[in-house]
Design a protein around this ligand. Structure first.
Ligand SMILES: Nc1nc2c(ncn2[C@@H]2O[C@H](COP(=O)(O)OP(=O)(O)OP(=O)(O)O)[C@@H](O)[C@H]2O)c(=O)[nH]1
Ligand SMILES: [Mg+2]
Length: 319
């Protein structure tokens, strides 16, 4: 008898390694925004993969980093807490550049979680006599992304480096080595992604559909539009400004949608608006193209001083 498998997968990694690009590639629709700037994703976003044999909910997470703001701390908490409720952990690094301390932190947290899953599974097997559900030993899936940017030698070097970092983590954490599988992929071209998805599905427990079949995400429409506005801005502004931007929809009276763009300083306001309003105009056009036809999108820029550092502002903005 074929079983239906379902469950949750967290995709964790440093900022900018390509987590959101991967989730979009797997789901087959854009469900989470991406950009060349680090810290693009600020909260968990669920993307649902529906197959005849399985439903897998991929949880895209903010990049784990050394926080310099209250927002950064909340983003890290959001990423770390995603590990608590999932069946499989995918830890992503990128093939370009060396495996750094940020990657080590990601691998350490991921390995720790897989170890605790292994302990829980062992305990369950002792208590339940009718055997395991066939999903196998908890295993850390390590994805090496952006292989389109390095040659085969580069991939091999990187895999070797990651493996030795994990050996060090095993020594630090003690006990048996954590089971690991490696997946060199390119989220951008799709290379290697099917193999990863098959491995994830094989590791899902037997279970029901958690979401209706046509549903690809649980992100609310107003939140999505605000994120699309931020995405378009991230592609147009530089330096520290991406971090200072927050967007939220303040009115939704279809087809009229009003979205507020917050910045932290007066000087940033002009950059977001652009000469003669050109940047805002371009952003508005690009976002409308991704909304249902007929949308009338109004964009406003407002200064909210140091909002990234203020707990009260973060509460209000829903972080
Ligand atoms: N060449 C190449 N670029 C990629 C690949 N995957 C992602 N990128 C690019 O890397 C950048 C970051 O991608 P994101 O998916 O936003 O990265 P992220 O890990 O979600 O980043 P945060 O949300 O900031 O943590 C974007 O410019 C992507 O286009 C890949 O496989 N190959
Ligand atoms: Mg992201």
């Amino acid at each position: 008898m074929t079983v239906f498998r379902s469950g949750f997968v967290a995709v964790v990694g440093r900022p900018n390694v390509g987590k959101s690009t991967l989730v979009n590639a797997i789901v087959g629709t854009k469900v989470t925004i991406t950009s060349p700037r680090p810290n693009t994703t600020r909260s968990q976003v669920r993307g649902v993969l529906n197959r005849p044999d399985a439903q897998v909910v991929f949880v895209d997470t903010p990049g784990l980093h050394k926080p310099r703001t209250a927002l950064g701390e909340r983003m890290n908490e959001s990423a770390t807490s995603s590990l608590d409720d999932v069946d499989v952990v995918v830890a992503m690094v990128e093939a370009t550049g060396a495996v750094g301390p940020g990657d080590k932190m990601v691998l350490t947290q991921s390995a720790r979680r897989v170890r605790s899953m292994a302990r829980a599974t062992a305990l369950e097997r002792e208590l339940v006599t009718d055997g395991p559900d066939g999903a196998g030993e908890p295993t850390l899936l390590v994805v090496v992304n952006k292989i389109d940017r390095v040659g085969p030698d580069g991939i091999l070097t990187h895999l070797t480096q990651v493996a030795s970092v994990i050996e060090g983590i095993d020594r630090d954490q003690g006990g048996a080595p954590v089971p690991v599988e490696f997946f060199p992929i390119s989220a951008a071209t799709g290379e290697g992604v099917d193999a990863l998805v098959d491995a994830v599905v094989a590791r899902m427990p037997e279970g029901p559909r958690y979401y209706p079949e046509g549903m690809v995400t649980d992100v609310a429409e107003a939140f999505w539009v605000a994120d699309l506005v931020r995405e378009e801005l991230l592609h147009r502004v530089q330096d520290e400004l991406p971090h200072s931007i927050a967007c939220r929809v303040t009115e939704w009276e279809w087809p009229r949608v009003r979205c507020e763009i917050l910045v932290e300083r007066d000087s940033q306001k002009g950059i977001v608006i652009g000469k003669g309003g050109i940047t805002l105009k371009e952003v508005g056009t690009a976002v409308r193209e991704q909304m249902p036809p007929g949308a009338y999108l109004e964009l406003f820029v407002r200064v909210e001083k140091r909002w990234q550092h203020r707990e009260d502002a973060l509460d209000r903005l829903g972080f």
